[in-house]
Design a binder for this molecule. Structure first.
Ligand code: UTP
Length: 298
């Protein structure tokens, strides 16, 4: 156990991107609000964080993302209507969403990259460790991805990257991969981190997807990457900050998320797979939906 471990209380969820892979659906509505059966993607993300003990949810949004703010707020008109109609189950569910956590909204005025999205939350996060989860994908796992990251952070005291193992060569064109020493089963001390390395250059089968736990020094590491990125018209990615941490000689660990399924709903096919999987397990839909799929002549 490392000394000076601060309790992890906050999550930053960047949700200010343009979602260009999902146009035209995302022309006027946030990608993060697309439904998986009956809940928007971003609600799965928030619920995972809250279940793991997070009490403050910092949502990074933009001018075209008002629907996200409304979703996690109260809707008194709707509540009154449900109450009048005696729809108690629906009423309880609607209220539960706004009671999930202390929600804070930070605007990213321009979509300058996922690292910049984290940086705009700097003042709200302060001198604390912080989880970062994307608003447009999620991992189901037991224990949850966030719990597994917190456990690793409490053991190593370093920034943690969540990984899934994949041998699919196509994935090497979509995700970042890490290399380094495997210090225990499924935990790597990272020595290199390559974005979309391609099948020849991937240093391992550990793909970094969607979940991170950062120590507060990530903010200064990101700021230092601005001259090479934003100032030159390029996006600032979280990877730029992680690479600066490693250049400073700080340890970073990648943790394989055990018993997990990664739902990459930010892409069209990933979204369809997510909806099918959840449609097959959701109690309101599973019976009829399974019958329908079985009857399809493919
Ligand atoms: P993505 O790269 O998946 O989202 O970022 P995107 O840029 O919206 O999507 P495409 O590639 O154009 O289809 C992962 C998460 O980070 C947020 C996105 O909203 C998404 O939830 N993000 C990305 C920001 O908040 N700000 C940015 O500048 C970029």
């Amino acid at each position: 156990m490392v000394n000076q471990i601060k309790k992890v209380r906050k999550v930053v969820i960047p949700a200010a991107g343009y979602g260009t892979r999902f146009l035209p659906a995302t022309k006027a509505q946030p990608k993060e609000m697309l439904p998986v059966v009956d809940k928007p993607i971003i609600q799965y993300v928030v619920e995972e964080a809250v279940e793991a003990g997070i009490t403050q949810v910092i949502l990074v949004t933009g001018s075209h993302k008002r629907a996200i703010e409304d979703h996690f707020d109260r809707n008194l008109e709707l509540e009154a209507r449900l109450e009048k109609d005696g729809k108690e189950k629906e009423l309880a569910e609607i209220r539960r969403i706004s009671d999930l956590a202390d929600f804070v909204y930070v605007r990213q005025k321009e979509a300058l990259g996922n690292g910049h999205a984290l940086l705009v939350a700097k003042e709200v996060v302060g001198d604390e460790p912080v989880v970062m989860l994307w608003g447009d994908d999620f991992i189901t796992a037991n224990p949850s991805r966030t719990r597994q990251m917190i456990e690793a952070y409490e053991k190593y005291g370093t920034s943690i990257l969540s990984a899934v193992r994949t041998k699919d060569p196509e994935d090497t064109k979509k995700y970042g991969y890490v290399g380094g020493k495997e210090v225990e089963d499924g935990v790597f001390e990272v020595s290199e981190f390559i974005e979309k390395p391609g099948p020849q250059k991937a240093p391992s089968d550990m793909a970094i997807v969607s979940g991170f736990l950062f120590t507060p020094d990530i903010f200064e590491a990101l700021e230092r990457a601005i001259p090479e990125t934003i100032d030159r018209g390029k996006e600032l990615y979280y990877v730029d900050g992680v690479n600066n941490l490693m250049k400073d000689g700080k340890k970073v660990h990648a943790v394989e998320i055990k018993n997990s399924t990664y739902y990459d709903c930010g892409s069209k096919v990933g979204y369809l797979k997510t909806v099918v999987d959840h449609g097959l397990s959701h109690p309101d839909t599973n019976g009829e939906f399974k019958k329908y799929l079985k009857g399809l002549k493919l």
